[in-house]
Design a protein around this ligand. Structure first.
Ligand code: NI
Length: 193
């Protein structure tokens, strides 16, 4: 296991279209995913795409930790999940603004319109198909991470750059913590892992 260096905005690796992973069961991919998770645990992050650790491959790791879920939301924490070659398909044209941060753009946040409901298909590290139908925060997180695989950072999706701001300027109240309960909904019946 190893802590990995995170590429910041401006690094060319973040602008590239990442390569598909030919063999999701390759032990080198499992090691990369484990190192990415360890790196996220170390910095307290929730999602990371391989290009952010200077590896231009289509690999994403993410979780939804209990502390992110606002009180009163009917939503269970999601353990660390590894997505190999994920593909996002919007299930609605509707987009809603949601604030985002990115480990490659430290200290900032911005409000980004995201599809409110998406299907994510991918392969697991043991070669099984994964399908998740997600809404709200979960759907945004997947769109954000998968955008990294296509060289897209969240400011490139923003429609109102006046909302791009330093976290430290918002003072004690932080920036919109906790998130609204309505961002935490899930198509539980339709979701499989
Ligand atoms: Ni990011």
């Amino acid at each position: 296991m190893a802590l990995l260096k995170i590429a910041r905005m401006g690094n060319p690796v973040l602008k590239k279209i990442a390569d598909p992973i030919a063999d999701p069961t390759d032990p080198q991919i499992a090691k990369l995913a484990a190192d990415m998770i360890e790196t996220l645990e170390d910095v307290g992050g929730n999602g990371l795409a391989a290009p952010q650790v200077h590896v231009s491959k289509r690999l994403v790791v993410y979780r939804i930790a209990a502390h992110q879920i606002p009180a009163g939301a009917d939503f269970k924490p999601l353990p660390w999940t590894v997505l190999v070659n994920p593909v996002i398909e919007p299930l609605t044209d509707e987009k809603k603004p949601i604030w985002e941060r990115c480990l490659s753009i430290p200290g900032l946040h911005g409000i980004v319109p995201r599809h409110t409901r998406v299907r994510c298909t991918a392969t697991s590290l043991d070669g099984r198909p994964i399908e998740r139908i997600t809404r709200g925060f979960h759907a945004m997180l997947l769109q954000h991470e998968c955008d990294h695989l296509d060289g897209i950072l969240y400011p490139m999706r923003m429609t109102d750059l006046s909302t791009l701001a330093f976290n430290s300027e918002l003072g004690e109240r932080g920036f919109l913590f906790p998130r609204p309960v309505e961002e935490f909904v899930e198509d539980n019946a339709a979701a499989t892992t």
